[in-house]
Write a protein that binds this ligand. Structure first.
Ligand SMILES: [Cu+2]
Length: 148
């Protein structure tokens, strides 16, 4: 019994240290309808620091969040969320990260994060945007431009 109380104390201490380092969590909603139209992540973009996290929150069971192919820094594990489930992503590495909702990819349901200066894969991300379905390409192009 005493041992488990001691472990709980250690966990609380570790969280406090993470908070002191300035890491932040952004909450992103997955919506059927938002200020930018139908089937959107809101907000649709984020400028982050390495160590920050994003919590993707579905407001309807018909959404998921996953990596956009080729819009992802090399060596970082890809994300593939389950339909209707919350996903928390920690961004440890500088770069550009593209996300889509698979069922609504062709409707342009996308999210893009720039971590640090984004440079390691910014050119690759632009090439991936150019190959996206028309509505996704339109939103990603506009959203990515706001992060430059
Ligand atoms: Cu969706």
């Amino acid at each position: 019994m005493f041992k488990s109380v001691l472990l709980a104390g250690v966990v609380v201490g570790a969280l406090a240290v993470a908070g002191a380092a300035g890491a932040a969590e952004l909450q992103v909603k997955m919506l059927n309808s938002g200020s930018q139209g139908m089937m959107v992540f809101e907000p649709a973009t984020a400028k982050l620091k390495a160590g920050d996290t994003v919590r993707f929150i579905p407001t309807d069971p018909g959404h998921n969040v996953e990596t956009i192919k080729d819009m992802w820094p090399a060596g970082v594990a890809e994300v593939k969320g389950v339909m209707g489930k919350e996903v928390v992503v920690k961004f440890a590495k500088t770069g550009v990260y593209g996300f889509k909702c698979m069922p609504h990819w062709t409707m342009g349901m996308t999210f893009v994060a720039k971590v640090g200066d984004g440079k390691p894969n910014a050119a690759d991300a632009e090439a991936a945007i150019a190959k996206a379905p028309p509505l996704a390409k339109k939103r990603l192009t506009a959203d990515f431009a706001t992060l430059k």
